[in-house]
Design a protein around this ligand. Structure first.
Ligand SMILES: [Zn+2]
Length: 694
């Protein structure tokens, strides 16, 4: 009975799922995936979470050496080859931070508490906490009238201009949301503000959204969101190359970092400041959830803001990336890399001990198989990154150090970041990996109840398969070095929910166990799904990319460029890009058909390896050495970039999209031609892959 059922499942997976495998290899892969799925458990996730999120473990602190050793010791005990890398990077730790409210000029300053208050029943919240500061903000000791700038976006400063309000020489307060905080700091500084206060409005993740912690999962009055205000990726003292001993360093006074102090506060303190502002009533979209009408100011309330952070050489600290490796048997020089950042602004049970424990559970699943003599065909590297929170620093430094090896060898990168704040399944990735991610959900059990993860995902969308969307990758995590900088296909999956404690002291074991993932089932399921995705990437004879799906999705996205061009009223055509993508899709379909008949025949290991090597060139050719024009040379991918005016949002075809936004019709035409010719170059890699099958 069991055997019959097994064969039935094998038949299904063969026809629709296991892309890139020879039919004769499907039974073996099926049994490998079953063994991998059986390995992750909820109890280990709970134990590791408790141990790794006991205290805040900010990058650059001794606590990060403790998490480094914890992860390395576990991986070593399971039999992986382990090592770690060290980089000395710019991480100015806070010495003091303080904020005083001056109700009107000349009144006595009232200190505002910048401590996140302990919560009943949450022993972690009574422990040590990181001072209120934003990473890489400057030291400052400033006093001034307060101006409320909404979300602090470029267009919000235009609105202030139209109201006749200048922020020059004043201190601005901006809401979190709608953009990365580094963009808010950049704009505040550009407009001449003396300092910036960032606060979490209750409409964002506070009581407007639900009960606040500890009654519910949402942000309480005194909870606040720390976080970096660095805009470039990686250590700013070594832009584009690794922070190794002896590396040439940008002088401290020339770093691409903010030059004003920036601190975060909760909405309890924000209420005290905002309620004292007069001036014009704000646009409706700036009105938040506090119980009064918001005004822009300036004043009459003033604040006195003090932030002291480490200066010069004192601000340089070592960070540690950890690695565990299982060497491949057939294609040891083709690497699958999985990674998650290990640092946090607080205890970080969700952000990002969830990712760290998922890497651990996935690594253990493969290690258990290896002990039984079942090793992957390709090499798998399991990494935990340091200093992601400061600007993807640990992963970026490693990618920059290893760029040549990764260009030659990395097949794909799977990232995990803050992946258990609820039960809503979601993912993001290169369009070439989306069919693999989707197919893998069909064999992983649902979080709870009967059926597969796919079944529950579909049920959450009321059976509408068009709702099973996998997003594209913008800014904000460790995939950036692999995907945006080197053009290596990348993906990530996870489970979302209301959140509410992001980058605060309350993102801890008690919160996770009460609200985020009380049964630790999301932890288990994420590791199971990652294990299946990685197994297919590591074991398929031909790497399971879907370039027909890739071309089709990119072809649809050209309409975004058309919309932008139409808005400008330019006579600029994207036909050459569309035609190049049509050719690309035709080549991808021809390749897929040839691959499947090759696999059904007798494709040799040598040929299959060469096919994968050719496929690895497709997305690398959709990068260009000089990078983007406006978002900076570090971003080299022509597929997607993070929006330079938002920081988190995704921009498709960034070289062209940027030209439409900041350039003119001639620049745009030039970029369209460049893109079309590079799509043709990527297509020729597909033709190389097809030729390698013969
Ligand atoms: Zn994170």
């Amino acid at each position: 009975m069991r055997l019959a059922l097994g064969l039935l499942l094998v038949a299904t997976s063969l026809s629709a799922q296991q892309v890139g495998f020879a039919p004769s290899a499907a039974v073996r892969e099926d049994s490998i995936e079953r063994a991998l799925i059986a390995s992750p458990d909820t109890q280990s996730a709970r134990v590791w979470t408790k141990a790794l999120s006991r205290v805040p473990h900010m990058a650059g602190t001794p606590e990060q050496a403790v998490t480094r050793d914890y992860v390395l010791n576990l991986m070593k005990s399971w039999g992986l080859e382990t090592w770690f890398t060290t980089y000395d990077v710019f991480l100015p730790q806070p010495d003091t931070s303080g904020l005083w409210l001056i109700p009107t000029a000349g009144a006595a300053p009232q200190p505002l508490s910048l401590v996140e208050p302990p919560v009943a029943g949450d022993s972690t919240s009574r422990g040590p906490q990181v001072l209120a500061f934003n990473g890489t903000a400057a030291s400052g000791n400033v006093t001034g009238d307060v101006v409320y700038v909404g979300f602090g976006l470029i267009e919000d400063y235009k609105t202030l201009d139209s109201l006749g309000i200048s922020v020059k020489g004043r201190i601005v307060i901006a809401r979190y949301g709608r953009s990365y905080r580094g963009i808010k700091a950049r704009e505040a500084e550009r407009h001449g503000a003396l300092g910036l206060i960032l606060y979490s409005d209750p409409t964002e993740d506070g009581y407007v959204r639900g009960d606040v912690y500890p009654k519910g999962p949402m942000r309480p009055w005194g909870g606040y969101q720390r976080g970096s205000v660095l805009n470039p990726d990686g250590d700013p003292t070594t832009p584009g190359y690794a922070s190794l001993p002896g590396a040439r360093r940008v002088p401290f006074d020339s770093l691409d970092v903010p030059h004003i102090p920036v601190i975060p506060i909760g909405y309890g303190n924000a209420e005290k400041i905002l309620s004292l502002l007069s001036g014009p009533s704000v646009p409706q979209s700036w009105q938040g959830g506090l119980p009064f009408r918001y005004h822009a100011g300036p004043g009459p309330a003033q604040v006195h803001l003090v932030l002291r952070v480490e200066q010069g050489a004192r601000a340089m600290h070592p960070i540690w990336d950890t690695f565990g490796m299982i060497r491949g048997t057939t294609y040891p020089d083709q690497w699958i890399v999985m990674g998650a950042h290990r640092d946090a602004w607080g205890p970080g049970a969700d952000d990002n001990i969830t990712g760290t424990t998922t890497v651990l559970a996935t690594a253990r699943a493969f290690a258990e198989l290896a002990k039984r003599g079942i090793r992957p065909a390709r090499t798998i590297i399991f990494a935990t990154w340091d200093a992601e929170e400061w600007g993807d620093v640990g992963s970026t430094e490693w990618v920059e150090q290893m760029a040549d090896s990764l260009q030659l060898r990395a097949v794909a990168y799977i990232n995990e970041d803050a992946m258990a704040t609820g039960t809503n399944f979601g993912g993001a990735g290169s369009p070439s990996l989306k069919p693999l991610i989707r197919a893998s959900t069909r064999i992983v059990p649902a979080l709870s109840g009967p059926g597969t993860l796919y079944d529950s995902w579909l049920a959450a969308h009321r059976g509408d398969t068009t709702g099973l969307d996998i997003g594209n990758m913008g800014g904000g995590s460790d995939f950036a070095g692999f995907y945006h900088h080197l053009g290596i296909p990348a993906g990530e999956i996870g489970f979302g929910g209301p959140g509410g404690v992001y980058h605060s002291m309350y993102d801890n074991y008690e919160w996770m166990t009460a609200f985020g993932d009380p049964q630790y089932r999301a932890h288990r399921t994420a590791a199971q799904l990652d294990a299946v995705i990685i197994s297919r990437l590591a074991n398929a004879a031909v790497a399971p990319f879907d370039y027909a799906a890739f071309g089709t999705e990119m072809r649809d996205l050209v309409s975004e460029l058309d919309t932008g061009i139409a808005r400008k009223g330019w006579a600029v055509s994207t036909e050459s890009v569309k035609a190049a993508l049509d050719r690309f899709i035709a080549s991808a379909r021809a390749f897929a058909a040839a691959r499947d008949s090759g696999l059904a025949g007798s494709l040799s290991t040598g040929k299959a390896g060469a096919v994968t090597r050719a496929l690895m060139q497709v997305e690398r050719r959709l990068t260009r050495p000089q990078g983007l024009t406006y978002a900076g040379t570090w971003f080299k991918s022509l597929q997607f970039a993070s929006d330079v005016d938002n920081g988190y949002a995704t921009l498709a075809f960034p070289t062209v999209a940027e030209a439409i936004r900041y350039g003119d019709a001639a620049v745009t035409t030039r970029e369209i031609q460049d893109l079309a010719s590079r799509i043709d170059a990527a297509r020729s890699a597909l033709e190389d892959a097809r030729a390698a099958l013969r």
